[in-house]
Design a binder for this molecule. Sequence first.
Ligand code: B1M
Length: 210
Amino acid sequence: PVSNLSLEQAVENGIKQAAAEMTSELLRSMSPSQIIDSFLIPSLEKVGNRFERGEIFLPQLIQSATAAQASFEVIKKIFAQNKTDQNTLSKGKIILATVKGDIHDIGKNIVKVVLENSGYEIIDLGKDVPDERILETIKNENIQLVGLSALMTTTVKNMEDAIQKIRKETRCKIVVGGAVLTESYALSIGADYYAKDAKAAMDIAKSVLG
Ligand code: B1M
């Protein structure tokens, strides 16, 4: 590596290239999920807290997010390689979306890769997704499971609205995730399941779709 930064330092300081390099380095001895859980998420949490305390500002937050995404791009390639030797038949389709008003998608994208790697076909509607779009896709594609992500206290309200609309018109199961949520809160806004991380999302997909 050209730098001697750790992955945490690279993410916390928003240095993209170092983050990518350190990830390749770590992948020699660690699994992708270990890297995500032990380095990427804790570093982003630290950065988020600094932002909240006013110690850093939006440009730095964006740089850190970009560095984390660069690390994840490297991780994604490993997932893709593992996928090739699995059977290619889809175990079922799942919609993923970050709810209206919310542009945080790093977590959703991690969940996507893990679910794809487990054999599910993911319809990724992206971020800041209007409820109507989610609803339409559920109906058009006859979807049995939708995963919604929300990262802010303000957008959890939008998540609740989306859940109500989905409930009213379909029988699709709903799993929710995102750092602001807890299991009891998720259930209180009407979700069927709460996934604290990608592994939990995988277990839920398995129990709903097989
Ligand atoms: Co923002 N941000 N951010 N941010 N950001 C938070 C969420 C915040 C908590 C930081 C803080 O102040 N401490 C805070 C929200 C506070 C609140 O709720 N009241 C905040 C804020 C305020 C904002 C802005 C408003 C800042 C501004 O503009 N003034 C703005 C929001 C704009 C908007 O959305 N409308 C904003 C912007 C950004 C960036 C663009 C710079 C960047 C996002 C880049 C991107 O996503 N493309 C960013 C980031 C990176 C963060 C923090 C630092 C990290 C989020 C993250 O990626 N975590 C975050 C602080 C924090 O979370 N501690 C923060 C890692 C990720 C892997 O975790 O998403 O929880 P997570 O996903 C996990 C699980 O939750 C679960 O699995 C994943 C993997 O384990 N999961 C699911 C998630 N979704 C799931 C869906 C499922 C299943 C499981 O369905 C099946």
